[in-house]
Design a protein around this ligand. Structure first.
Ligand SMILES: Cc1cc2nc3c(=O)[nH]c(=O)nc-3n(C[C@H](O)[C@H](O)[C@H](O)COP(=O)(O)O)c2cc1C
Length: 216
């Protein structure tokens, strides 16, 4: 599920389903495929309520979704948000949400999406979508969800690039980092600076961001 381009979005699909090879599994493969065709690097991970989510540090965007069973978002995803370190590693991540369910969209938006969104009040939600059974294999619906996500991500990146100034010293430090990590560190530092309301990235801001983001 990968495709390499410069400055590419690094996305992970965090999902859950009780049904192996079911509709959710097929949907995430289609979403992953569509994202890769849009130039993103994509991985997927099935949730465990007690898992270790420190690997989320490696991604810019977290796409999170699951089916509804008996009025609740599938238990391993919901459980992970409550019991594990997932929320800690979701800090400052851009999110996209999807649900698969049999209920009409207004009901799902009112009853089911808030079960995820209540844990993500400080995150930027790039896109959200309820997939009805007949939409799960509809390429146009999947494409429009991925397009919405990618467009919002690009807009955010352009806005951030336009508003952030790096001092010469900070830029020199960034350029001394191996190229493989440079873009990740640039994004993480700018996102930290943006959250803190800084407009200029100095050496001090780089250090501050480094200690806050665990080195990324
Ligand atoms: C046991 C069971 C309970 C379900 N409960 C609900 C529900 O409460 N509300 C709803 O909208 N859909 C419900 N559905 C529909 C599923 O959310 C939907 O079919 C989903 O696509 C299943 O995903 P899966 O194939 O990955 O298991 C339920 C399905 C099953 C099998």
């Amino acid at each position: 599920m990968t495709n390499s381009t410069q400055q590419q979005m690094r996305a992970i699909i965090l999902y859950d389903s009780r049904t192996s090879g079911g509709s959710t599994d097929r949907l995430i493969d289609s979403i992953g495929q569509e994202l890769a065709e849009n130039g993103a690097y994509v991985e997927k991970a099935k949730c465990k309520a007690t898992g270790d989510y420190s690997f989320l540090q490696d991604f810019d965007v977290v796409i999170m979704g699951a089916p509804i069973y008996y009025l609740l978002v599938s238990s391993q995803l919901l459980g992970a948000l409550i019991q594990s370190n997932m929320k800690k590693y979701l800090k400052r991540k851009k999110i996209a949400l999807f649900l698969t369910c049999g209920s009409p969209e207004p009901m799902a938006t009112l009853l089911y999406l808030p079960q995820l969104k209540m844990h993500l009040v400080r995150n930027r939600i790039l896109a959200e979508r309820i997939f009805a059974p007949q939409q799960l294999s509809d390429p146009e619906v999947i494409e429009s969800f991925v397009d919405e996500l990618c467009d919002a991500y690009k807009k955010d990146t352009r806005r951030r690039n336009a508003s952030m100034q790096w001092t010469d010293e900070a830029l020199e430090l960034l350029e001394s980092v191996p190229s493989f990590f440079r873009n990740r560190i640039k994004i993480a530092t700018e996102e930290y600076a943006e959250e803190m309301g800084y407009r200029e990235i100095t050496l001090e801001v780089v250090e501050e961001a480094k200690s806050e983001t665990g080195g990324l």
